[in-house]
Ligand binder design. Sequence first.
Ligand SMILES: [Ca+2]
Length: 475
Amino acid sequence: MGGCQAAAAVAAWKAAEKSKPQRRRPNIVLVLADDLGYSDLSCFGNTVIQTPNLDRLASEGTRFTQFYMTSPVCSPSRAALMTGHYPQRYGIHHADVPEFSHRVGLPESAVTIAEVLQAAGYYTAHIGKWHLGEPPDFVVPRRQGFDYFLGLYGGRPNSGWAKYSRFMNPEIVVNEDRPVVYPGNITEIETKAALDVLDKVDRDRPFFLNLWYNAPHEPLAPVPYQGQLYGHWSAAEQVYFQTVTDLDKGIGQVLARLDQMGIRDDTLVLFTSDNGPAPHRNQYSRGSTWPLKGMKSQLWEGGIRVPAIVRWPGRLPADNSCGAIASVLDLFPTLCAAAGAAIPAGLQLDGGIDVLRAMGSRQDESRALFFEFHYKQRGVATSLPMAVRKGRWKLFSNFDFTAVELYDLQNDIGEKSDVAKRHEPVVRDLKSELQHWYARFSAQINADLRSPRQPGTIPSWEELEKSYYHNHAGK
Ligand SMILES: [Ca+2]
């Protein structure tokens, strides 16, 4: 289980780079897809879906082939991205849904990467899906470090704040304004909003553009021209494939704007997905995780391993593939380091490392990544709610550690054979690591297990305005 394939090239490049004068702090564009599968992009092996812009991004940067989210669903993964913390710290064990009680979100006290970059002088904008809690229970994005927000607080339709976070003609919130219907396709709306941010940035100040597309999460909608590229496929496949191609097109427009502005070399671009693809029993979801097993809401690789691409011209090698195990937890320290921003004193991150610095070094085989999801894991043989990845191994366990399964991902990427009985010392080691991790979060996990979600009421806009805006409106 090596580090990066181009280790020598990276080392040589680093040596050359050290001799150059210090450059300005990079702009950062972080693009997050929603429910995009590990192998939904051509540059990650898909032979049908056309993604020329992300393929080009990959050819100009580095693909991480073992990049993990902490969770197989939206809100926990996004919380980890924003904080460098396991989402269990914040009691975020599942996706926030407004039609049930027990809402979850990021507390205002959480230190986000946006806050750190903002404090370091960056202009910060969040475009698109948020899904880290909605008012009145949680604060708005502009109180989590963003100067500007255009998007949707919730994850899908029936948000209290925007009843129609649908794919066509969605309701969109700007800063804390009352939501209004934006005509058109949500991917195109979010792309345009990102381009507007780029058009308005102060060229003497670095910016952080956090672009979290809703695509290709349900509810997907066929738009008139769909079917042309994928005419031989089923109706559902046409919609899903074209949605991914449209997402790719939007990202291509953002990349082209960076080129037009002449800031490609000064901009670190990252692309990833918040979890695996949704099950195919959904109306249009037809994402792929091949050769991985499992999908969204499962701890199999297909639920938590996602495509990841990083481009930083002149700072990272082009057309590079990195097989090092990396995590969404690494983004916080990686972006801090790229921006030259210190990690706030006293902030203990949960094991994240600067992955760009680590590239080309020998991989730390002692690092373990932990996963926990105790909601119904759809339609699979195991329902073990925790897992740990370390080196070539992945161990699953239940909460009382009486049932475990062990997989050798180096030789069995599809997690077909449980080899726990053949590797007892490995099981002991990983079980011990997982027990230590679980001990940190068992109180939060048990609290969540004791309070199952109940149908709740979605407050009206008027109620929300009274309870929230009159007291706590943004800046
Ligand atoms: Ca998602």
